[in-house]
Design a protein around this ligand. Structure first.
Ligand SMILES: C[S@@+](CC[C@H](N)C(=O)[O-])C[C@H]1O[C@@H](n2cnc3c(N)ncnc32)[C@H](O)[C@@H]1O
Length: 282
């Protein structure tokens, strides 16, 4: 979990309870934050708890058949898409708001000779630049929690899915009433915590978008492991490259209490990581 500069309040129309200018700023800030070298130093290639083993679990639950079309919404640097194309023999599209991530993902596909089976597009999850009913399955890993207008994003996933298709999300859940102050406010948005919802809220969101929830799994251990991993990486980076990281804006004094609060929140059941699969009626 990382913290990045946050937008100042604006005066636009309302989007998902937020001022529209704040919503746009949060999205832009999130895309920039998740394109930084620091994030890949801290998180590796897979920007979600559970890494590739949880991605494989998600893809297994979607029961993908060879040749099917899979869309990854907020595909980051393309790691899950490339795994799906190579291990599950599906054709994949990824959409991400960050042009830098899209470029890295496209480069990764070309380097692996997957250029004709893995395509990456720059775009917003709340207005996917893709036609209706074109995909057999859609995944979205650790990103729905950051979208300011979640109902629109869920409706977009449903729109691009063929009848009978499946959506699989993995995401952070939070009991917002019990969240410690270190993990609240706009400052925690890009850390995925500030607008994370309960499992029931995500289920309702998918239901309201016209999907039928078929499976719910809790993966709190994956979140706990990710926070331990972040502590370890930060400690190492502090030893080997403190000055450069501080020059790049990392405030160790500020990050450590946030990680500590996150670890306690996981232990107390305030934060969790959930996998949900839902189907679009045939
Ligand atoms: C936590 S990372 C997850 C990336 C990838 N799903 C993974 O698990 O490795 C969040 C990603 O969402 C992207 N993102 C944020 N807001 C977005 C939006 N509104 N539309 C599309 N992508 C978005 C960011 O650029 C970033 O790549």
């Amino acid at each position: 979990m990382t913290l990045h500069p946050v937008p100042t309040p604006g005066a636009g129309s309302r989007v998902g309870g937020l001022d529209s200018r704040d919503a746009a700023a949060i999205k832009a800030c999130c895309a920039v934050g998740y394109s930084s070298d620091l994030v890949s130093l801290l998180l590796g290639d897979s920007y979600h708890p559970g890494g590739l083993s949880l991605t494989r679990r998600l893809l297994d639950t979607l029961d993908l058949a060879p040749g099917e079309r899979l869309l990854d919404v907020a595909s980051g640097i393309g790691t899950s898409c490339l795994l799906a194309a190579t291990e599950y023999d599906v054709r994949v599209d990824g959409v991400d708001l960050s042009p830098a991530n899209v470029a890295l993902a496209s480069g990764g596909a070309a380097a692996r000779g997957l250029g004709n089976r893995a395509r990456f597009h720059n775009g917003d999850a709340e207005a996917l630049p893709l036609p209706d009913h074109g995909w057999d399955a859609v995944i979205c890993e650790c990103a729905l929690c950051t979208f300011p207008d979640k109902p629109t994003a869920a409706a977009e996933m449903t729109r691009v899915l063929r009848p009978g298709g499946r959506v699989g999300i993995t995401d952070l859940t939070a009991d917002q009433q019990r969240l410690p102050t270190e993990l609240t406010g706009l400052g925690a948005w890009i850390a995925c915590v500030a607008d994370a919802r309960s499992t029931e809220d995500y289920e309702q969101l998918l239901h309201d978008a016209g999907l039928r929830v078929a499976r719910v799994e809790h993966h709190r251990d994956a979140l706990d492991r990710m926070i331990h991993h972040l502590w370890a990486r930060l400690d190492l980076l502090r030893i080997i490259s403190r000055e450069r990281l501080e020059a790049a804006g990392v405030d160790f004094a500020r990050v450590r209490p946030v990680l500590g609060a996150a670890q306690a929140a996981v232990r107390d059941g305030i934060l969790d990581y959930v996998l949900i699969v839902a189907e679009k009626p045939a």
